[in-house]
Design a protein around this ligand. Sequence first.
Ligand code: SAM
Ligand code: DTB
Ligand code: SF4
Length: 314
Amino acid sequence: MPGIRHDWTLDEVRALFALPFPDLLFQAQVTHRAHFAADRVQVSRLISIKTGACPEDCAYCPQSAHHDTGLEKQRLLEVEAVVEAARQARATGASRFCMGAAWRGPAAHDFPTVLAMIEGVKGVGMETCASLGLLSAEQARQLKEAGLDYYNHNIDTSPEHYETIVKTRGFEDRLETLDHVREAGLSVCCGGIVGMGEKALDRARMLLTLANMPKHPESVPINLLIPIPGTPLAEAERPDPFDFVRTIATARILMPASLVRLSAGRQGMSDELQALCFLAGANSVFCGEKLLTAPNAAPERDESLFGRLGLSPM
Ligand code: SAM
Ligand code: DTB
Ligand code: SF4
């Protein structure tokens, strides 16, 4: 596709971040409008199909068994409950249904249930997405066969910062799963989190990693850390909101044809900050009162915000 590059340099990415704010937003707008209608936003709905007691130690995550967050655990849901939730999500205007599980990766005995969920949700007429942790090549193939459209697997931060955030797996493990997902012909949803004590350089390196993949992730979720009491990042310093907007704008410029999702953290943002994110090229959100376990922006508030900004669902 013309204008789509996979050979960005770190200096170029840092230079984008360092632009005067109006210049960065202008460039992001030009790029956005060359590929998308600027008033359309894709809407996804999340469901946690298995909650808590995760063996991984991700410092940001309320679902890790390593942190005492008081979260109520939940075994793998029944297929019909998930399909019914998808029907409801579709009725509220969501086009994609994303099933997340607190696993290092899916165990063999749970996998047939997950495949049945995907077939069921596909039958409802929604795009399907799953976020199940590390996958083998064979598991990725089976997910594709069951009707999965997208697989979410975030790199979360820069390769350099990753080991201070997660110790139970490496950055390379994430990349390997992303390769399996691509090889299976699935679309990729891959992004990260801002606000985990990373430096500006880490944000640039995270986006550089995404933008220089052989194919850009079709969806790029940019999450603002939701600081959860009981996690090691509970007291992390909240980043400058303009730096968050800069991350969105730079993602838009580097990956012009991808959906850039203003992901976790909208509940704590002002309407004005969200509007700046849309101006910076964000064109996807999660809807519904809950993300996986944390609260999301309320549906009535979203309806009002979309109305006031003249945005409509894709
Ligand atoms: N266990 C699977 C995995 O780690 O890939 C799937 C679920 S995991 C909860 C999905 C993503 O949620 C993480 O990669 C991270 O980007 C995001 N996430 C988790 N906790 C978060 C928080 N407190 N604030 C922002 N994003 C968060
Ligand atoms: C993504 O990037 N963000 C979503 C989804 N992909 C799976 C998850 C956000 C989770 C926020 C914390 C919680 O709800 O537990
Ligand atoms: Fe487990 Fe995923 Fe949370 Fe890490 S981010 S603790 S792998 S649920």
